[in-house]
Design a protein around this ligand. Structure first.
Ligand code: HBI
Ligand code: FE
Length: 273
């Protein structure tokens, strides 16, 4: 393994069963996403050589992605250390897990796999403002590591890149990779009465804890992808100072200043406790 934790994808080593898992996941999301996913996601997906016939070859993908926004997918064995992750993003490389989930893990995964990383993340990297935002996040991540505030910054990534919603004229749509790559969360995040849906506010999100083991209790919605461009441009350093003494907000909590889009019942998570 190289210093940057990259490995060859070894595309020829995927088995027929592994390609079949991709195909099943792809077909499920293909049926669910029209009318739920943001047009920018669907458009990025349509323009990339990501198909239902099997796990994509990253080299083929990178020809198209590289020409569109200068991003590349590089293969990694799984989660990489934060600093390595950020160095990749800052250089417009997205580290994607090369392995795919087992057939018994179709609906729930603890660590990312190639379906989450490629199907979930690559389409948005075709959108220039999103591509710039991800690079800025990598640079911001390196800075946040130095300032000791990564726990707070990581929430911005979580509530945009991974679990973001966007409010368009036609309604709320999903674009977060964790949602668009999940059958159950594609439905839950938009249609379930349980979660709160709140307009994205940077300081609010920096202070909001998140769940890694279940559906989110709160989804944050931006009003368009230009909001990410603004986030990419600003210096977070004075903001970290401003909020340093503010307490964290629990995932299911609403605060007075929230612009609430839909107030959740909390029923789903209460039933889980
Ligand atoms: N590594 N491969 C991989 N993918 C991720 O999404 C990832 C990672 N390492 C660290 C990380 N994410 C997060 O902890 C940071 O966003 C904070
Ligand atoms: Fe992800």
């Amino acid at each position: 393994m190289a210093d940057d934790r990259t490995v060859p994808q070894d595309w020829t080593r995927y088995t027929a069963e592994e390609h079949a898992t991709w195909r099943a996941l792809f077909e499920r999301q293909q049926a669910l996403l029209p009318g739920r996913a943001a047009p920018a996601f669907l458009d990025g997906l349509a323009r990339l050589p990501i198909f239902g016939d099997g796990i994509p070859d990253f080299a083929t993908l990178n020809d198209v992605l590289g020409r569109a926004t200068g991003w590349r997918i590089v293969a990694v064995p799984g989660l990489v250390p934060d600093e390595v992750f950020f160095r990749h993003l800052a250089a417009r490389r997205f580290p994607a897990t090369r392995s795919i989930r087992k057939p018994e893990e179709m609906d729930y995964l603890e660590a990312p796999d190639v379906f989450h990383d490629v199907f979930g993340h690559a389409p948005m990297l075709m959108l220039p403002v999103f591509a710039d935002y991800m690079e800025a996040y990598g640079k911001g991540g390196l800075k946040a590591l130095g300032l000791g505030v990564l726990e707070r910054l990581a929430r911005v990534y979580w509530y945009t890149v991974e679990f973001g919603l966007v409010r368009l004229a036609e309604g709320l749509r999903i674009y977060g990779s964790g949602i668009v790559s999940s059958r159950t969360e594609s439905i839950f995040s938009l249609e379930d009465p349980s979660p709160n849906r709140v307009a994205f506010d940077l300081r609010r999100v920096l202070c909001t804890r998140y769940r890694i083991d279940d559906f989110q209790e709160c989804y944050f919605s931006i009003d368009g992808f230009d909001a990410l461009l603004e986030l990419a441009r600003i210096d977070f350093t004075p903001i970290y100072k401003d909020i340093a003494s503010l307490p964290d907000i629990e995932p299911g909590e609403l605060i007075a200043s929230d612009h609430v889009i839909t107030r959740g019942t909390g029923a789903y998570h209460k039933a889980q406790r």
